[in-house]
Design a protein. Structure first.
Length: 160
């Protein structure tokens, strides 16, 4: 039985876009580069050829990885959700109690998580701590620098 992996609609679209680019553009460019490198002669000492083959392997590996993501994806469109609780896809505004600062994160799948862009995996310590919480709830997250206390300020399911 195949395991489904949750991903937001925006995350799925981004994966699909990257996959299409790799197949239609990058794969074709590397075929040309390999062909041109072959024409330079002896393949044993041909740095251009070996470099192109290495890049081809990286591209094919990424294509395979993205195809696996798409095959296992369970697409969730946050804009169709309506809940008072933090669930997958929610945008959560938190008050860092110690720093008295607010931060907003979206709870997303592993492949689309990017902390610098405010996208936190539902499987991360912060994501796990937030799932099921409501506005006003306090959350304590174990972090490498020590425990961090947050208060859930708001939960939103806006479209991306």
């Amino acid at each position: 039985m195949r395991t489904e992996t949750p991903i937001t609609k925006a995350g799925y679209d981004a994966v699909q876009e990257e996959l299409n680019h790799l197949i239609k553009v990058e794969r074709e460019e590397i075929k040309v580069a390999i062909s041109e490198a072959r024409e330079l002669g002896d393949l044993k000492e041909n740095a251009e050829y070996h470099s192109a083959k290495e890049k081809q392997a990286i591209i094919e590996g990424r294509i395979s990885q993205l195809q696996g993501v798409i095959a296992a994806a369970k697409v969730i469109d946050p804009s169709t959700l309506n809940s008072d609780k933090v669930v997958f896809g929610a945008h959560v505004t938190l008050l860092d109690v110690e720093k008295d600062e607010t931060v907003t994160y979206q709870i997303v799948g592993d492949i689309e998580s990017d902390f610098s862009k405010g996208k936190v995996s539902f499987q991360s310590p912060l994501g796990k701590a937030l799932i099921g919480k409501e506005e006003g709830d306090t959350v304590i997250v174990r972090a490498p620098k020590g425990d961090v206390e947050y208060e859930v300020d708001s939960v939103d399911f806006k479209a991306e």
